[in-house]
Design a binder for this molecule. Structure first.
Ligand SMILES: [Fe+2]
Ligand SMILES: [Fe+2]
Length: 271
């Protein structure tokens, strides 16, 4: 299978890049399944139903979230009826929505998508390792899932690497989100799991992690908030990772970063 994962969509410029570029990318590479992290799509904070529908219409088979999952109040009103919209799995029991789901892709094959929050330099949350392990055990690779994608939303590269080794041989891809900065450590572990510490964002990199630099700079220099954070509005770089899985095992045979448009544009994957 050919899988595409896109990191945090930030604001209008990120949404426009997804809307304008994702359909052509799917046509060009023949992706069987696309996951997009949408936690910052609505003015940098959360995901309204309208913007969720825009990302789905562009070609996302599943949309994941993160620590900003419920920044838009309206998410509470639609998340329960959207089985392919996933908030972090390890939020407190009773949180609306779901954190993992076995989702049918466009060719009938099924992908288990899992969203989890980390705990290093993050707000307190339940153990992501045991939560993800239980979700994988409920729909194991090749027994129920043709591929398994884990979006591990956290700050520290060490925690993501550990999750990758924890799940090596049991899932197709472990990819970090949340820092908004793409890493160059994409590789396939010995057991066959593709790992990348952060997919990067779909947003304008002429910014401080997607935010217009003026107010973040002000807060670092003075400690006194002057205004709200505003998403940067220049051309976005679509950032993510491409994985090809073996049909027999569901494990990765190819992994490459993808960065198209804007300030961080890179070479296209050689597929
Ligand atoms: Fe984010
Ligand atoms: Fe985040």
């Amino acid at each position: 299978m050919r899988l595409l994962f896109l990191g945090d969509v930030v604001g209008r410029s990120g949404r426009e890049a997804v809307g304008e570029r994702l359909p052509a990318l799917i046509a060009r590479y023949g992706f069987d399944f696309v996951v997009v992290n949408g936690e910052n799509a609505s003015h940098g904070r959360g995901l309204t139903e309208g913007h969720y529908r825009d990302i789905r219409a562009a070609g996302a088979d599943a949309v994941t979230l993160g620590d900003h999952a419920f920044d838009q109040r309206d998410t509470l009103s639609y998340i329960e009826r959207e089985p392919v919209l996933l908030r972090p799995l390890n939020m407190p029991a009773g949180t609306p929505g779901r954190g993992a789901n076995l989702i049918e892709g466009r060719n009938g094959r099924r992908v288990l998508v899992i969203n989890a929050l980390g705990r290093v330099f993050m707000d307190p949350i339940d153990d992501p390792f045991r939560a993800v392990e239980a979700a994988v055990a409920a729909a194991p690779l090749k027994e129920q899932a043709d591929a398994i994608v884990v979006d591990f939303h956290t700050e520290a590269t060490s925690e993501i690497q550990a999750m990758g080794y924890f799940l090596d041989g049991r899932v197709s891809l472990v990819v970090g989100t949340h820092t908004h900065i793409p890493t160059s450590d994409h590789r396939i572990l010995k057991g066959g799991t593709a790992l990348m510490s952060d997919a990067g964002m779909c947003g304008d990199y002429d910014s401080v992690i997607g935010v217009d630099p003026e107010e973040p700079l002000n807060r670092f220099l003075t400690g006194v908030p002057q205004s709200r954070f505003e998403p940067a509005e220049g051309e976005a770089t679509l950032s993510g990772v491409v994985v090809v899985t073996d049909e027999a095992t569901g494990l990765a045979t190819y992994v490459a970063p993808l960065r198209i448009g804007g300030m961080l544009a890179g070479a296209l994957p050689d597929l």
